[in-house]
Design a protein around this ligand. Structure first.
Ligand SMILES: Cc1cc2nc3c(=O)[nH]c(=O)nc-3n(C[C@H](O)[C@H](O)[C@H](O)COP(=O)(O)OP(=O)(O)OC[C@H]3O[C@@H](n4cnc5c(N)ncnc54)[C@H](O)[C@@H]3O)c2cc1C
Length: 428
C-alpha cells in the first residue's frame, strides 16, 4: 500500500491551498491530491471571481478579521490576482446608508469562466513541478482512522495527515466520514433566494463595481454578480430521496468580445433554523423539489412586470412588448415564483429589490427576470479540536463542505490554515 505524508481529497481551492502551502514550506514532503473528477470543479471553473476582503466568504464563527487577513495575504501570493478598479463607490455607499443598507467596498479579481480554466492549468502544472502526486477520477470512499488509511475507488493509501476538502457537492461523503469518526456537527443554516437578470443599462453599477456586495435588512444580500458576457446557468442536485432538483447560478466570461449586455446576480436570504427542524440541507431539498413541482421539473422564471401585477409569467408573453431581452437561461418554466417561495423569504427579497432600485434606479424595470430557486447550502459545521480545522487527530476538514469557507479565496485560505497545523506553524 502506498504511503504519503499528506493525502488531500479535492482539487478545489481548499485542497490546492493546502497543497501549495505544504510544498512551499516543506519541499521534501510526499503529498497526494485526489479528485473524483477529471478537473477541479466549482468556482475555479465557473466564473472565478475572487473576493479579497473580510468578511466576504469567511464564516465569522471560524475566522477573526486578523486571521482572515493573514491567510488572505498568503492566498494572494499563491493566486497572483489582478485587482479590479472601482469607481463612484462612495456615491452608492451614501445612497445605501440613507436606506439602512450596507455596501461593502471589496477588493475583487475576475478570471472569468475562460480565465479560470487557464488558472487551473497553471496551478496543476506548478503542483506537478513541485513533485505532488495528482490522481484524478479517483473517489475517496471511507477512512480507517486507527490505521490512518484512506479507502478510494482504486485502492487504499496510508497517510500521515489527511485533508478532506470535498466541497459542497461532497458534503454527503463528509457527513458519512463525520458519522463514522463520531465528529459532532450541525447543519442548520441555508441561503435561499432568486437570481435576478436584467440589462446593464438597467443596472449600470456593474460598470463601476464588478460584484457589488449589498447587505439589506432581514439577512438579505446580493451575491455573485456577473456582467459583460454573462449567463444564468443551472446546476442539478440530488435530494436524499433520490429525486433531482435544479438550482440556478450565474457566470461570465472575462474575454471582452461578444458582450451580451446582460447582468445577473443572486439575492439571497440567510435562514437559520431552530428546533425542531434539524437540517438546513433537508429544508433546502424540500424547497428545491417544491420549485420543480411548480415548474414541471425546471426552475421558474417570472418577469418583474408580471410579479407586480400578481400574474404568472407565460411562455406566450415572456418576450413581448416591454419584455425586450431574452432570458439567457431558456430551460426554465415561465410561472409564478410566489407560489413556490416561502412568504417570509419572498417578503425580505422583494423589499431588498425595492431598496436596490432606489440605490441603482432601473433594476425594477418590468422586463427584469427573477429565477427561482437559487439555493446555497452551508457546509456541515463540524466541531474542531484545534484552530487549524483538525476534527480528529491527523484528520483536517476544510473548504465549503466543512463550513470553513464560502467562496474561492476563503476556501484557499482555509486549506493553508490546515497546512499550517500539519506543519506545526503558529497561527494567529
Ligand atoms: C457554478 C458555480 C460558480 C461559482 N462561482 C464562484 C465565484 O465566482 N467566486 C467564488 O468565490 N465562489 C464561487 N463559487 C463557489 C466556489 O466554487 C466555492 O466556494 C469553492 O470552490 C469551494 O472550494 P472547495 O475547495 O471547498 O470545494 P470545491 O471547489 O467544490 O472542490 C471540491 C473538490 O472535491 C472533489 N470531491 C468531492 N468529493 C470527493 C470524493 N469523495 N473523492 C474525491 N474527490 C472529491 C470534487 O470533485 C471537487 O473537485 C461558485 C460555485 C459554483 C457551483
Amino acid at each position: 500500500m502506498d504511503r504519503f505524508d499528506v493525502v488531500i481529497v479535492g482539487t478545489g481551492p481548499a485542497g490546492l491551498g493546502a497543497a501549495f502551502h505544504l510544498t512551499a514550506r516543506r519541499p521534501g514532503l510526499s503529498v497526494l491530491v485526489l479528485d473524483r473528477e477529471k478537473t477541479s470543479t466549482g468556482g475555479l471553473r465557473n466564473d472565478c471571481k475572487m473576493n479579497f476582503t473580510y468578511p466576504v466568504g469567511f464564516p465569522l464563527a471560524n475566522w477573526t478579521r486578523e486571521q482572515a487577513e493573514h491567510f488572505l495575504n498568503l492566498t494572494i501570493a499563491d493566486l497572483q490576482p489582478s485587482i479590479l478598479d472601482k469607481h463612484n463607490v462612495s456615491v452608492y455607499c451614501r445612497r445605501a446608508a440613507k436606506l439602512g443598507v450596507d455596501l461593502l467596498d471589496i477588493r475583487q479579481a475576475h478570471f472569468g469562466t475562460d480565465g479560470g480554466l487557464r488558472l487551473i492549468e497553471r496551478l496543476m502544472t506548478e503542483l506537478a513541478a513541485r513533485g505532488v502526486h495528482v490522481r484524478l477520477e479517483e473517489e475517496a470512499r471511507a477512512i480507517r482512522p486507527v490505521e490512518q488509511v484512506l479507502e478510494t475507488s482504486k485502492g487504499d493509501y496510508r497517510y500521515g495527515d489527511l485533508v478532506l476538502a470535498p466541497g459542497r457537492h461532497g458534503s454527503g461523503f463528509l457527513q458519512s466520514v463525520m458519522e463514522s469518526l463520531q465528529i459532532p456537527f450541525v447543519d442548520h443554516v441555508v441561503d435561499i433566494g432568486i437570481r435576478v437578470e436584467t440589462t446593464e443599462a438597467q443596472y449600470p453599477i456593474v460598470r463601476d463595481y464588478y460584484d457589488p456586495k449589498f447587505f439589506f435588512p432581514e439577512q438579505v444580500r446580493t451575491f455573485c454578480t456577473n456582467s459583460r458576457r454573462a449567463y444564468v446557468s443551472q446546476e442539478r442536485y440530488e435530494a436524499r430521496n433520490g429525486q433531482a432538483y435544479g438550482s440556478v447560478n450565474g457566470h461570465a466570461y472575462a474575454e471582452a468580445t461578444r458582450e451580451n449586455g446582460l447582468v445577473n446576480f443572486a439575492l439571497l436570504r440567510t435562514v437559520m433554523l431552530t428546533e425542531p427542524v434539524a437540517s438546513g440541507q433537508q429544508f433546502a431539498e424540500m424547497l428545491g423539489l417544491q420549485a420543480m413541482l411548480m415548474g414541471g421539473g425546471r426552475p421558474i422564471m417570472q418577469r418583474v412586470g408580471d410579479f407586480r401585477l400578481g400574474k404568472r409569467s407565460k411562455a406566450a408573453t415572456f418576450n413581448g412588448d416591454l419584455y425586450h431581452f431574452r432570458p439567457s437561461l431558456d430551460d426554465c418554466c415561465p410561472g409564478d415564483i410566489s407560489m413556490a417561495v416561502p412568504a417570509k423569504i419572498l417578503r425580505g427579497i422583494w423589499r431588498a429589490m425595492k431598496l436596490l432600485d432606489t440605490i441603482v434606479p432601473g433594476v425594477l424595470h418590468p422586463s427584469t427576470i427573477m429565477y427561482y430557486p437559487e439555493i446555497k447550502l452551508y457546509g456541515n459545521k463540524p466541531v474542531f479540536i484545534d484552530g487549524c480545522f483538525q476534527a480528529k487527530p491527523h484528520v483536517y476538514l476544510v473548504g465549503d463542505g466543512a463550513g470553513t469557507s464560502r467562496g474561492i479565496t476563503a476556501a484557499w485560505a482555509s486549506g493553508i490554515r490546515a497546512a499550517t497545523g500539519i506543519l506545526g506553524e503558529p497561527i494567529l
